[in-house]
Structures are given as structure tokens and as C-alpha cells.
Design a protein around this ligand. Structure first.
Ligand code: FAD
Length: 276
């Protein structure tokens, strides 16, 4: 099977060892010829310098880099500054998000939703940036209703987004249904599935609880029963996630975006199996 366009997501490392590890990860993933690599951004300021530093390193290595940018808690002035900096470094690809404020941090900021950020970037920079937005095949946890969430997604695209990356999921039908539903609302941009490889049961359940992604019972129970057998968890995770990716690609997904958690092995293994 030929691979569609792939991309990898990283978070900005906080330590010297983390920076070295991420360099090694990028070197291992480079042969897969990713379309771009994206770097997350902490709403409220926690990792913002780290995002810039990581992205600039990636650009220096010759990769197309897409920094994430969130608007919650931010002023227009600070967003203007960040966008100007990215533009000055020749960066033309961003992932525009509302973000989540760390608990205890109060102010919403001047732009309330991701659609407002997309409109702001377009108003300030015209077509300079390729803008990705987030999509939620299983709906955003704060959505008022499924219908309202679909309409809010369509709003981001109408504000000027070029493409979307989904929250991760393990139920391909949710993705296909989401794509069908938003096409009926006039959305015609590519919607790339976000893929979370499975390597660690406790971590997967924790992340999924936080972001509202469903881990189907048959997967969760099997993983739980492997206990401390990390090899068995990885082997089962590789089978399950590769099979889902194959189904997504065969049925028209325009790409695959891997949540790497700064490690190469799991994403690489899936891509290599898909190629066979
Ligand atoms: P929005 O699209 O603004 O939606 C948020 C909620 O508001 C939804 O419930 C929506 O239905 C509702 N809504 C939207 N527009 C309106 C409107 N006009 N009126 C009323 N309601 C509305 N978080 C980070 O902090 N940093 C990151 O780097 C990061 N990267 C991510 C990458 C991807 C691919 C994904 C899927 C998520 C990422 N997140 C990141 C998480 C994201 O910030 C959270 O899921 C956040 O809660 C919502 O962000 P959003 O951009 O989807 O928000």
C-alpha cells in the first residue's frame, strides 16, 4: 500500500536530554519523508519559547515546521508578535487553536474561539500562512451538542482554515461520519486523521480522559490485561492502530498525522507496516 502524506507532532522538550532525544527522534523519522512536523504550544505561556526554539531547529534541519498557536488567554498584541516572528523566519504553516487554559488561570483573552484566531491571522497576514485547525470526530468535550460542534468546526473553515487535523480516535466510523457531516455543511478542506499509537495503557487512559477520546472497551480491556508486559501492549497496539490506519487510507483519508509524544518507534513501525 502506498502511504498518503504523513506528518508528525511533537511537544517542546524542557530539558537538555529531552532536546537531544527529540533530535534523535526527528532523525529516525526523516526517512519517512513527512510533509511537515508540528510542535505544540502551551496556552498560558508555559512552553511558548520552547515551541519557537524547537520549530527553528527543525527549519534549520530542512523540515517544514508548523508551530501550533492558541488564542485563549492571549492578547491580540502578543499573538501579533508571535506571528510576526514566525513570518520573519519564513514559517508559512501553523495549527490555529483555542487551547485550554491551565486550571487557575483566569482571563479568556481577546479572541474567544479558534475561528476568531483563524480570522485574525487571515486579516493580519492574508494568505501567507497555511492554517490547520482541530477537528473532533467524537465531538469536543465542551460542545453544546453534536450539531453545534459540527457547525463550529465549519465556522473555522469558513474563517479561512486550509485543512484540519483530528483529535485521535480508535473508531474509524466516527471519522467517516464526521467527514460526511461536515461536507454537507459545505466544508471541502482535507481532514487528516490524528493517530495516537498505543504503547502505554495507563498513559493512554489518562490522555483519553482529559481530551474526551473514547478507547473502545475491547481495546482497553485487552491492554489492561497485559499488565506490565510492555512488549505485548506494543504488539497489540501496533496491530490495532495499523489496521485502523489502513482502513482510513483505503477509504480516502488524505493523510495521517501522528501524535509521537516525541518518540519515533511506534509511529515508524506503523508507517513501515502500512507500506508493506
Ligand atoms: P474551538 O474550535 O474554538 O472549539 C472549542 C469549543 O468551543 C468547542 O466545544 C466548540 O464547539 C465551541 N465553539 C467553537 N466556536 C464557537 C463559537 N463561535 N460559538 C460558540 N461555541 C463555539 N491545545 C493546546 O493547548 N496546545 C496545542 O498545541 C494543541 N494542539 C492540538 C492539536 C490538535 C490536532 C488537536 C485536535 C487539539 C490540540 N490542542 C492543543 C487541544 C485544543 O486546544 C483543545 O481541544 C481545546 O479545548 C479546543 O481547541 P479548538 O481549537 O478545537 O477550539
Amino acid at each position: 500500500m502506498s502511504l498518503p502524506e504523513i506528518s508528525f507532532e511533537f511537544f517542546p522538550p524542557k530539558t537538555a536530554e529531552g532536546i537531544d532525544k527529540l533530535r534523535a527522534t526527528r532523525a529516525q523519522l526523516a526517512p519517512l519523508k513527512p510533509k511537515f512536523m508540528s510542535v505544540t504550544f502551551g496556552a498560558g505561556g508555559s512552553t511558548q519559547q520552547g515551541t519557537l526554539d524547537t520549530v527553528l531547529e527543525m527549519v534549520g534541519e530542512g523540515f517544514e515546521a508548523a508551530p501550533h498557536l492558541s488564542c485563549i488567554g492571549a492578547s491580540k498584541e502578543s499573538l501579533r508578535g508571535i506571528l510576526a516572528l514566525y513570518r520573519a523566519h519564513g514559517i508559512r504553516h501553523i495549527v490555529a487553536l483555542r487551547g485550554d487554559l491551565p486550571s487557575g488561570m483566569g482571563e479568556v483573552g481577546e479572541l474567544r474561539y479558534a475561528c476568531d484566531l483563524v480570522a485574525f491571522v487571515r486579516a493580519e497576514h492574508g494568505d501567507w500562512f497555511h492554517i490547520e485547525v482541530a477537528a473532533y470526530p467524537e465531538y469536543h468535550p465542551q460542545a453544546r451538542s453534536p450539531r453545534a460542534d459540527l457547525e463550529n468546526f465549519a465556522r473555522k473553515v469558513k474563517a479561512g482554515a486550509n485543512s484540519a487535523i483530528t483529535q485521535y480516535f480508535y473508531n474509524a466510523d466516527a471519522y467517516f461520519r464526521f467527514v460526511d457531516d461536515v461536507r454537507k455543511l459545505g466544508v471541502d478542506v482535507p481532514i487528516v486523521p490524528g493517530i495516537m499509537p498505543i504503547t502505554n495503557y495507563a498513559q493512554l487512559m489518562r490522555f483519553s480522559e482529559m481530551c474526551g477520546a473514547e478507547v473502545p472497551k475491547w481495546i482497553a480491556w485487552r491492554l489492561e490485561n497485559f499488565g506490565d508486559d510492555r512488549d505485548a501492549i506494543r504488539a497489540f497496539g501496533l496491530d490495532v492502530v495499523t489496521a485502523m490506519c489502513e482502513r482510513l487510507v483505503v477509504n480516502g483519508a488524505p493523510g495521517l498525522h501522528f501524535y509521537t509524544l516525541n518518540g519515533a518507534a511506534a509511529s515508524k513501525a506503523i508507517c513501515e507496516r502500512l507500506r508493506v
